[in-house]
Write a protein that binds this ligand. Structure first.
Ligand code: UD1
Length: 370
């Protein structure tokens, strides 16, 4: 019986690549179910190509919709899929709707679930991701934890300690494995980027779904653009609201389509600072040594603040914080922005060492042989 990976959204693809590789190296039988939660070529296909992911065995094509509609389609599609394939174990990634749906269906069918990126907590139940990750961890036989504090979070919620395995961060495996491909000069030329720029990404419902909030955000982003050119690849979610608020109608703002993984990280690597509300990007900037200003009231990844280059800011704090970062003042998110290398190793959270995939594969194979 195969180990089935359930992948749905962009960040899932980045986390799964090293796990699939490591399981393949151990000779495991595997299948990949793509739920189709993300379906635009730029949100999905390009990641499969660039990361060398195997072609999905099936794509359920669930697409977009409200939470109920999307989750319902995921549940129905995944139940059929798991019933047909009888997986030995299902691996789910991160905190997206595909993650909780797959965990719920597998648990009901008594198929063990392994959750990669278990234990993260923002303690903010207004975020759909927090709901998804809490419930997924409760349903998982193996909680594969990326950051040490995650083990304590699981214990506090009554998850038996034997289920929690601190294995490190597979998203960082992918980053380190591709480090040689992040060519800043090439990406500058390919996308006509300015010499010095701040890179922004914004897609959280709390920041972009309400037109008035999105407009306020755009005003602050224009303030950033007054300090340095602002490059912003726009996620489909929020695109309409940000553009309606005039995002690109300001000097120095460069709106791009969503980028593939290699171009995106190359653009991050070349940025003077990053402004974001993404989860994964807080981690990637920590390893790349790029100052990161996260426009959120909280983070499920506090280690990127304590060890890394991340800092949480309100809308009002954004422009002053970017100014500080650009000036490299002490106390800024990280003024020095060293090249990844020796300095990066000092900043590296425990086990973000490029070997999480093999550790995850080992835990899973041991579990299946018991
Ligand atoms: C999802 C995750 C979020 C993650 C993000 C990464 C959930 C609840 N949220 O958010 O945690 O940070 O992915 O990208 O699972 N759309 C397209 N093309 C696509 C995909 C989406 O146009 O390929 C548009 C649709 O209008 C859709 C909207 O984006 O309604 C939102 O997509 P959805 O899958 O609901 O969640 P994301 O906002 O992408």
């Amino acid at each position: 019986a195969p180990i089935v990976h359930v992948l749905g959204a962009r960040p899932n693809f980045v986390k799964a690549a090293p796990v699939i590789d490591a399981l393949r190296a151990l000779g495991a039988e595997q299948a990949v179910v793509h739920t189709g939660q993300h379906y635009d070529a730029r949100m999905s296909e390009v990641f499969f190509d660039e990361l060398g992911l195997p072609e999905p065995d099936v794509n359920l094509g669930v697409g977009s919709g409200g939470h109920a509609e999307q989750t319902a389609a995921l549940l129905v599609g995944l139940e059929k899929e798991f019933t047909g394939r009888s997986p030995a174990l299902v691996i789910v990634y991160g905190d997206v709707n595909s993650t909780i749906a797959a965990a719920l269906v597998a648990a009901k069918l008594q198929i063990p679930v392994a959750h990669v990126e278990a234990g993260l907590r923002s303690f903010d139940m207004s975020m759909p991701e927090e709901v998804n990750r809490r419930l997924t961890d409760q349903l998982s036989a193996l909680c594969l934890v990326t950051s040490p504090e995650g083990v304590g979070h699981l214990a506090a919620e009554g998850v038996p300690v034997a289920r929690a395995h601190f294995v490190g961060n597979p998203m960082i495996d992918t980053l380190l494995a591709n480090l040689g491909k992040f060519d800043t000069d090439r990406v500058r030329e390919a996308h006509a980027l300015p010499g010095r720029y701040v890179l922004a990404t914004m897609h959280r419902p709390a920041n972009v779904d309400d037109p008035e909030t999105a407009a306020a955000l755009v005003r602050h982003l224009h303030g950033v653009a007054d300090l340095a050119d602002l490059v912003i690849p726009v996620h489909p979610r929020g695109r309409a609201n940000l553009l309606a608020a005039g995002l690109d109608e300001h000097d120095g703002v460069h709106v791009l389509e969503p980028l593939g993984y290699i171009d995106f990280i190359a653009a991050v690597r070349g940025a003077a600072a990053v402004v974001t509300d993404s989860g994964g990007l807080q981690e990637e900037t920590t390893i790349l040594g790029v100052p990161c200003l996260t426009v959120r009231p909280n983070t499920e990844r506090p280690i990127t603040v304590t060890h890394g280059t991340n800092r949480l800011v309100t809308f009002e704090e954004l422009v002053p914080a970017v100014r500080k970062s650009l000036e490299g003042e002490p106390g800024s998110a990280n003024g020095s922005a060293p090249e990844p290398g020796r300095a990066a190793a000092d900043r590296r959270p425990p086990l973000w060492d490029g070997h999480a995939g093999p550790r995850i594969a080992e835990v899973i194979m041991r579990y299946l042989s018991e």
